[in-house]
Design a binder for this molecule. Structure first.
Ligand code: HEC
Ligand code: HEC
Length: 361
């Protein structure tokens, strides 16, 4: 290498070093911007906070429960039992409905009509928390309940039917499936997205008249004008399940409580809605709940329910109560004053265990 070449060589290296330094500076600036954000130009934009906190805000949580993949069922020793259980949840009517092939013991609805996507949909009344939280004490019966009892509760109320024998193939299969669904949930845990959406209370009573308008515009096309749903061409199973009338859930069912109905429809109806893509406002959800639950439906003997009346949820529509609010207010609201009364622990016998549990988050 002669001197000239050497000089060129040094110049090239110096240029390279310059380029590297510039690159480093740019990278540092980018990192700083990434962490602190660009300096605000002009008036600082305030974060938008809606006046009435809407329940749709939960959508920001990325950690909702995801059900195990059905292809994993084959790994289980009792795979065929679990699959039968899943089938019974999806096609309850076919096996156990009015014309059921195994027994005729329920109203023609499927578990899946309310526990959507075979009990796996986030905020679609899924079964994620069942294996992890049962047996548990429930105020309605005043007893420690196992999963069999809880399943039979829905048979007797939501499906307005009879109970399944605990030892029957069908009950064993249903419970195996529910346990399989919750197999990865730690004991005692209630995953995000389990059960139903808690819709914020209105500051007025829910209004059946306004609800009727919502029903006619948003629900009638499928559930029909008389609320009795639409059968499939087989004449036995439902394409669109009934919302009232003799084949609907009875007045002891969970959905007969306005908060359960509003929570179900808020995240799931009209069909196509999800918790991330709701189609009804909170008001519409409460009002349509009030309308549907003021229509005729089967009754059930509830005299054994709620042995401790102070344990009744704020929206249990039948007295007697441990507070001064009327049956009318317990059915339609406004619920906030009742919830407040409960949480201040003023119920006469003061025995309810978790005063805040019915308060929407
Ligand atoms: C008409 C609607 C409806 C139908 C049909 C229905 N259920 Fe339910 N089910 C509910 C409601 C509402 C709840 C209570 C949800 C809540 O309070 O958050 C519930 C709760 C449950 C629970 C307890 C869930 C938990 O996390 O504690 C189980 C288990 C269950 N149902 C099983 C079944 C089975 C099995 C069937 C079919 C045989 C069925 N349900 C049919 C509406 C229904
Ligand atoms: C496009 C059709 C369609 C519309 C519109 C619709 N639903 Fe549904 N609905 C369904 C279907 C289908 C199911 C059963 C879901 C399943 O089995 O996967 C259902 C189930 C239900 C259930 C639980 C099962 C039962 O029968 O009790 C309720 C409650 C309900 N819908 C309420 C409503 C309300 C309230 C509206 C209006 C705001 C509405 N739906 C609009 C199709 C519809």
């Amino acid at each position: 290498m002669d001197d000239k070449e050497k000089e060129n060589y040094i110049q090239v290296i110096a240029k390279l070093i310059n380029v590297v330094i510039i690159l480093l500076v740019v990278i540092v600036i980018l990192i700083v911007i990434n962490f602190t954000g660009l300096p605000k130009m002009g008036k600082e934009e305030k974060e938008y906070i809606p006046k009435q906190k809407d329940t749709t805000l939960i959508t920001k949580t990325p950690t909702v429960w995801i059900a195990p993949d059905t292809s994993e069922i084959n790994k289980e020793k009792n795979a065929s039992q679990i699959k039968y259980g899943r089938n019974l949840i999806c096609n309850t009517s076919f096996y156990l409905g009015l014309h059921g092939t195994v027994a005729q013991m329920s109203n023609g609805m499927n578990c899946q009509n309310c526990h959507l996507d075979a009990g796996t949909r986030p905020f679609g009344n899924n079964y994620s928390a069942v294996a992890s939280t049962y047996p548990k004490f429930r105020e309605r019966s005043g007893n420690l309940e196992n999963i069999y009892k809880r399943v039979n509760d829905c048979f007797e109320r939501s499906l307005n039917g009879k109970t399944l024998d605990t030892l029957s193939n069908e009950m064993q299969a249903i419970v195996s499936y529910i346990k399989w669904l919750g197999k990865d949930v730690p004991k005692g845990d209630k995953p995000k997205g389990s059960g139903l959406t808690e819709v914020k209370y209105l500051d007025r009573a829910a209004d059946p008249e306004k609800g009727k308008i919502v029903y006619m515009l948003r629900c009638k096309s499928c559930h029909t004008e008389n609320g009795e749903g639409k059968l499939n061409p087989d004449g036995k199973t439902y394409q669109y399940p009934p919302l009232w009338g003799e084949h609907s859930y009875n007045h002891g069912a969970g959905l007969f409580r306005l908060s359960r109905f509003a929570g179900y429809v808020k995240s799931n109806m009209p069909q196509g809605a999800t918790f991330e893509n709701v189609q009804l406002s909170d008001e519409e959800a409460w009002d349509v709940a009030a309308f549907v639950n003021s229509q005729p439906r089967p009754k059930k003997d509830l005299s054994k329910d709620w042995p401790k009346i102070a344990g009744k949820p704020v929206d249990h529509p039948f007295g007697p109560y441990a507070d001064k609010f009327s049956e009318q207010q317990h059915k339609y609201g406004p619920f906030e004053p009742i919830a407040e009364f409960k949480s201040r622990g003023k119920a006469r016998d003061g025995e309810f265990t978790s005063p805040k549990k019915n308060k929407p988050k």
